[in-house]
Design a protein around this ligand. Structure first.
Ligand SMILES: [Zn+2]
Ligand SMILES: [Zn+2]
Length: 313
């Protein structure tokens, strides 16, 4: 057990030290006693970010599917852009920028960053710095989006529209903040977003804009957010990670492998989150193929002793 703990700690040496865990029951009792506000109250107290406006408008704009009609190319574009951007988020923003699970060139790191911004979830430094905090305080006081401490809606959407988390914590991502091009794209993250929307419109009119950009982006929001909310509530636990992370096949399907979230909290530096062959992980398969083309290399895998350390029910 000590050996496994040492391995996990060593694997995450680039990240801040994890805060010792208090059980969810203890945390819950403590927070209830202090009169923790509901997610809506908490959002209002922390202030609502200006980004709530485009966020709501994107959801309302989905109604436009009834006016623009449907076609096979439009649906394929919707699915295609979902998959490409989900890959940029999971392989790029998450596994590379937040966890350094593989290595790549400075050029391809920038490509991952630019494609990632088109997912409309802000810049890579913002995303990865916040995510590192989630691992530092998982499911206890200080976690930005825990359904255990703050409920489903806060972990799914509340924290995203809260003003409190608008700034980028550059100190939490110093290793990548030293690249000026990454700081630039992090600041001007809306440029690729607008470019993608315009491109969809120019190539396919309103129908491609609505299906390819609007609907695809809203699905992408909730696909990604489900890892923060549902993957800490719904599924099985293989490892005693000291938090409520879960493994869930369905979430893994729609997030390109991110649903193996208990595995991920067990060994966050791993490039693959599906530890076994039956744990489908499309992002890992794509990264593996990219490694054959030398676009990425030094893919980090979990040590055998650590895989065997299944202790949770
Ligand atoms: Zn998590
Ligand atoms: Zn992570």
């Amino acid at each position: 057990m000590i050996e496994i703990k040492t391995l996990r700690a060593a694997s995450n040496s680039a990240l801040p030290k994890r805060i010792p865990y208090t059980s969810p029951q203890q945390t819950h009792t403590a927070t209830v006693r202090r009169g923790k506000p509901s997610p809506v109250e908490a959002t209002l107290r922390t202030g609502v970010s200006a980004k709530i406006i485009p966020f709501i408008l994107m959801h309302i704009a989905c109604i436009a599917i009834f006016f623009v009609g449907i076609s096979l190319p439009a649906v394929l574009l919707c699915i295609g852009l979902y998959m490409v951007r989900m890959f940029a988020l999971t392989a790029g923003y998450h596994r590379y920028f937040a966890h350094r699970a593989f290595k790549t060139s400075r050029f391809f790191q920038f490509v991952l960053a630019v494609v990632g911004t088109t997912a409309v979830q802000k810049g890579p430094l913002w995303w990865a710095a916040h995510h590192r905090k989630h691992h530092k305080y998982t499911d206890q006081e200080g976690d930005l989006h825990s359904p255990v401490t703050d409920g489903f809606w806060w972990s799914h959407i509340g924290w995203v529209i809260s003003k409190k988390y608008d700034p980028t914590d550059l100190k939490g991502i110093k290793d990548f903040a030293r690249y000026p091009e990454l700081r630039w794209i992090n600041k001007y993250h809306l440029i690729p977003v607008i470019a993608l929307a315009v491109l969809c419109f120019v190539l396919g009119g309103w129908q491609w804009l609505v299906w390819g950009f609007v609907v695809s982006t809203v699905l992408l929001y909730h696909g990604t957010f489900s890892v923060n909310s549902l993957a800490h509530m719904w599924g099985s636990r293989r490892y005693a990670t000291g938090d409520e992370s879960r493994n869930n096949f369905l979430i893994a399907l729609w997030t390109g492998g991110e649903g193996w979230h208990n595995n991920h909290h067990h060994y966050m530096a791993s490039v693959k989150q599906g530890f076994y062959w039956w744990e489908i992980d499309f992002s890992y398969y794509a990264l593996k193929m990219m490694s054959w083309m030398r676009l990425v290399w030094d893919l980090r895998l979990p040590p055998e002793q650590l895989l065997a350390g299944a202790t949770a029910s």
